[in-house]
Ligand binder design. Structure first.
Ligand code: H79
Length: 452
């Protein structure tokens, strides 16, 4: 079953999504932030990079925890990290060729290793034999080549003694289990100082993408902002870079001060991965779905279970149909190169987007929701039907009023599309050409007199 079909199998035909959220607390985003949200929302496609010293073990970014490796052993990986083939320019060229508009890279994952030249810790990339600041090189390449840069930042840490009390994970790390009082505030200050470095030394940062507070899920949602001092942390980010968006992959209804809502491994409204039971869907924030290209975030040497390019295009159409961005992950190899399978898919997605991108970029989710044939997007007076599964005709009822005249109906492949329309109700029957096999997403463009 294709990825898209399996997504559909668990969804009702043309369903409205789970509960929507329109209210926020006292946080009022600045005009720069609002503009940045709009720009983010128009980009629709970004590439996620999970890279750290864990790539050397080739078993994903959770290897320290999953294999119960003490910090004293795991941290020795840093002494051997030397990704001799790393080239920020090559990464950015490959990513740009996909049509992606931004890159989100792990600045520090749960293992606590900083991929930048932080002054707050010696456990960092500039203390490896490699000795180079990967984030610096990437930020320069991104600025030079015109693509936005976002930083993933883990709230959770499996190495530091001041990450105390320990949460749900990290028990095999060998950290002391008794700490003098006050160390948690030390940890919070450490994160503040790192965030200051990330937001002052690496040019404009489009977003900070947090992850890991679920490690302390013994605390109810209401208590989380206080424990992590979100009010202060988010304010710090916004004061240093007003247009920097705050996102947090906590799988909960967004907290005050956040600017985007993140969905892990699920299109908004779905809950196949099991993380999205309690998060609703914001109607006021941009949405972003993150998903892996194979099954892993960090490099997993045995994971060849790559989604096909067609499946990835379906996913991009699906997220766009929901008004959400797709943040598609790649786990670079320990030598600093992107896996060949990933590079190939980047290139093929770029080829598709160069032809059909108008139906993805700068669109909103369309009025049809998810249907057995696919999804829709819209932009101004244009409605795009993304036909992913062959069907003979599509009926659009109650979506565009009769007085809004249909001016043109074509496919983006140049075919003329026959549409019959009820003059009174505006109900449309769109005839879909036969034999769409081979085209992962056949896009029909319906242009109306006025905005829809
Ligand atoms: O950064 C990526 C993950 O490391 C992080 N969020 C994404 C973006 C994440 N943390 N926790 N989870 C995701 C869910 C936990 C999944 C787990 Fe497992 C199941 C941890 C251990 C078993 C997946 C499979 C990771 C290791 C094995």
């Amino acid at each position: 079953m294709s990825l898209f079909k399996s997504i559909l199998a668990s969804a009702l035909i043309c369903v409205a999504a789970a509960g929507s959220i329109s209210a926020q607390g006292s946080y009022v985003p600045t005009p720069q932030n609002v503009q940045s949200r709009q720009e983010f929302d128009s980009m629709r496609f970004g590439i996620f990079i999970h890279w750290g010293i864990y790539s050397m073990l080739g078993q994903g970014e959770w290897v320290q925890e999953v294999s119960q490796i003490p910090y004293s052993e795991y941290s020795k990986l840093a002494d051997g990290f030397c990704p001799s083939k790393f080239s920020a320019d090559e990464w950015v060229d490959a990513i740009k060729s996909s049509g992606a508009k931004y890159i989100t890279i792990t600045s520090r994952h749960h293992d606590g290793f900083s991929m930048f030249d932080t002054k707050q810790s010696s456990y960092k990339i500039t203390n490896t034999p490699f000795g180079r600041d990967v984030l610096k090189e990437l930020s320069e390449a991104c600025q030079k080549k015109g693509i936005r840069l976002h930083f993933y930042y883990s709230h959770l840490d499996w190495g530091r003694d001041d990450y105390y009390p320990i949460g749900r994970t990290g028990h095999a790390s060998g950290r002391s289990s008794v700490q003098p009082s006050g160390s948690w505030s030390h940890y919070l200050s450490f994160m503040d100082e790192q965030l200051k470095e990330l937001l002052t030394g690496y040019g404009p940062i489009g977003a900070i993408w947090f992850d890991g507070i679920w490690d302390k899920d013994e605390f109810p949602r209401e208590e989380q902002p206080k424990i992590w001092n979100f009010a202060h942390q988010y304010e710090l980010i916004h004061s240093l870079q007003p247009s920097c968006l705050v996102g947090n992959n906590h799988h909960l209804v967004p907290f005050d001060g956040e600017d985007i809502q993140i969905f892990e491994r699920d299109v908004p409204g779905h809950n196949e991965a099991g993380y999205s039971a309690d998060n609703g869907i914001s109607t006021i924030m941009p949405l972003e779905t993150c998903q892996t290209m194979n099954g892993s975030w960090g490099y997993r040497i045995t994971d060849k279970d790559y989604k096909s390019t067609a499946d990835l295009i379906h996913l991009l159409a699906m997220t766009s149909g929901k008004g959400a961005n797709l943040l598609l992950n790649i786990g670079p190899r320990p030598d600093g190169t992107l896996p060949d399978e990933a590079v190939q898919r980047l290139h093929e997605m770029g080829q598709w987007l160069s032809r059909y991108g108008e139906s993805i970029y700068s669109t909103d989710g369309g009025p049809t929701g998810e249907c057995e044939w696919g999804v829709s997007t819209k932009k101004g007076n244009v409605l795009y039907l993304h036909v992913i599964n062959q069907i003979s005709e599509i009926v659009l009822d109650g979506m565009v009023p009769a007085k809004n005249k249909l001016k043109e109906s074509v496919s983006l492949d140049g075919d003329t599309i026959t549409v019959s329309r009820d003059k009174k109700t505006g109900k449309m029957t769109v005839k879909v050409p036969e034999n769409l096999a081979g085209n992962p997403d056949y896009v029909i463009r319906l242009t109306f007199q006025n905005n829809i």
